[in-house]
Design a protein around this ligand. Structure first.
Ligand code: RTP
Ligand code: MG
Length: 139
């Protein structure tokens, strides 16, 4: 995947709360182009695989239970400086600490149910995008 791309998921809390539309609107208004988008429900096993980097953390099981508790919307996005700019747009992991106007500040419920994911590096964006989408879907 080119380095001007990032990967995101609208998480189960935000999908259930009816915030998919407003969140996508803000993503596009911030200059990100949607390359790929779908709606899926993760199995517990898939959630564990996606968040394998956190396998030793105390919140891992709870995170996996949450991530497969309802539908999610994975997307691949394109913009110059995509990874960094998208992390700015979504705000801090804990919505209580997220800056005003960020997506997590506006739409997240809690530290765990924090509305949206954003890849933390170009390398992980490519890995995470390939987790959900085929090469053809990303072309
Ligand atoms: P993400 O990967 O989802 O974009 O979030 P992040 O980089 O801001 O945060 P990260 O440290 O990668 O954590 C992944 C997700 O795990 C949940 N979490 N729960 N209970 C807790 O202490 C805790 N800490 C993190 C959140 O859903 C977080 O986004
Ligand atoms: Mg992370």
């Amino acid at each position: 995947m080119p380095t001007n791309r990032t990967f995101t998921m609208i998480k189960p809390d935000a999908v259930a709360d009816g915030f998919t539309g407003p969140i996508i609107q803000q993503i596009e208004a911030a200059g990100f182009k949607i390359i790929a988008l779908k709606k899926v429900q993760l199995s517990s096993e898939e959630a564990g695989k996606f968040y394998a980097v956190h396998a030793e953390r105390p919140f891992f099981q709870s995170l996996c239970d949450y991530m497969c508790s309802g539908a999610i919307i994975p997307l691949v996005l394109e913009k110059e400086n995509a990874v960094e700019d998208f992390r700015q747009l979504i705000g801090a992991t804990n919505p209580a600490q997220a800056a005003e106007g960020t997506i997590r500040k506006q739409f997240a419920r809690s530290l765990e149910s924090n509305a949206i994911h954003g890849s933390d590096s170009d390398e992980n964006a490519a890995i995470e995008g390939a987790f959900f989408f085929t090469e053809k879907e990303l072309a």
